[in-house]
Design a protein around this ligand. Structure first.
Ligand SMILES: NC(=O)c1ccc[n+]([C@@H]2O[C@H](COP(=O)([O-])OP(=O)(O)OC[C@H]3O[C@@H](n4cnc5c(N)ncnc54)[C@H](OP(=O)(O)O)[C@@H]3O)[C@@H](O)[C@H]2O)c1
Length: 266
């Protein structure tokens, strides 16, 4: 210290401004909406897309900044979706379209520019266990060889590769979630029975299968949260509860809920 000169007071520590967390959901359907609602409750900003003005209003009622976006429209563009640029997190839930493939990847130029100019830290593409094909009841994990057989499974696998390729040069954590059959509030065999609806095409398909993989939407949300808390290179994860035993056909099982709950297989 030089005599007579008071020491300069230390500069106050620079307060780090917390980065506002902003999830953008492409395709705020069953899973997208569940994730949106729960993140909103945690104080996140959430934006997302749907294909109709009626669904847009529903999402807005929840607090989601919603945009109508139909990727199959010939003039579809991401330019007008301004909230996309602010997103720190991106969940992609729009399935591939037969004859087209992943409709977002077809907007490659728009996407590439927006993703590289923005604040993105995390990206998750919701895929399907269909990429493994029929494994005859074997337990499948991330290291299992893919074997997409159906047209939609092939498009899924192409979409996975497309998204990983797109984010390859970006410094972010990217995840592919290979989901089993999704169930949850309002979407179960019991709901089907309660509504006396006929089975959907996918439910009929499941009826004929001996083995199945299912995942509750709340568990997908937990997987989303867990993946956000790890900073790692791009990864593919199987997110499903796999059943090695012969499954109870879903609607038949629902007629005997006690039998399902106790895990006793007929
Ligand atoms: N359901 C299952 O058992 C299952 C199993 C494995 C994987 N997956 C996949 O996992 C993802 C999430 O599943 P989910 O059950 O939440 O799906 P979902 O409810 O059908 O939601 C799909 C979303 O994609 C939007 N979308 C569909 N076609 C579009 C298009 N041409 N342009 C723009 N948006 C479009 C839908 O818009 P609207 O909201 O306007 O309808 C909806 O928001 C999907 O990719 C699904 O295929 C599902």
């Amino acid at each position: 210290m030089i005599p007579g000169i008071a020491p300069k007071p230390a500069a106050p520590p620079v307060a780090s401004v917390p980065q506002p967390r902003h999830m953008f959901v492409f395709g705020a359907g069953f899973v997208g909406r569940y994730v949106s609602e729960h993140l909103l409750a945690q104080g996140w900003q959430v934006s997302g897309t749907c294909t109709s003005p009626a669904k847009k209003r529903e999402l807005e009622m929840l607090g989601v900044k919603a945009s109508v976006f139909d990727a199959t429209e010939s003039n579809s563009s991401l330019q007008s979706i301004h909230s996309l640029q602010q997103a720190t997190h991106l969940l992609i839930s729009i399935p591939p379209i037969p004859g087209i493939g992943d409709p977002l990847l077809n907007l490659n130029e728009d996407l590439r520019r927006i993703l590289s100019d923005g604040n993105l830290e995390w990206l998750c593409y919701l895929s399907s266990t269909s990429v493994y094909g029929d494994c005859g009841g074997a337990l499948v994990d991330e290291d299992h060889m893919v074997n997409p057989k159906s047209e939609s499974a092939k498009l899924r696998y192409e979409a996975e590769k497309g998204w990983l390729n797109l984010v390859n040069h970006l410094n972010l954590s990217a995840f592919i979630f290979r989901l089993g059959g999704i169930y949850g509030p309002g979407r179960s065999a019991l709901d089907t029975l309660a509504k006396s609806n006929s089975l959907s095409r996918r439910q009929k398909l499941r009826e004929s299968k001996q083995y199945t993989a299912r995942i509750h939407v709340a568990d997908i949300y937990q997987a989303v949260l867990a993946s956000m808390s790890t900073r790692c290179p791009s990864r593919r994860l199987v997110v499903a509860l796999a059943s090695r035993r012969k499954s109870i056909p879903s609607v038949e099982g629902a007629r005997h809920p006690m039998r399902m709950a106790s895990g006793v297989v007929a």
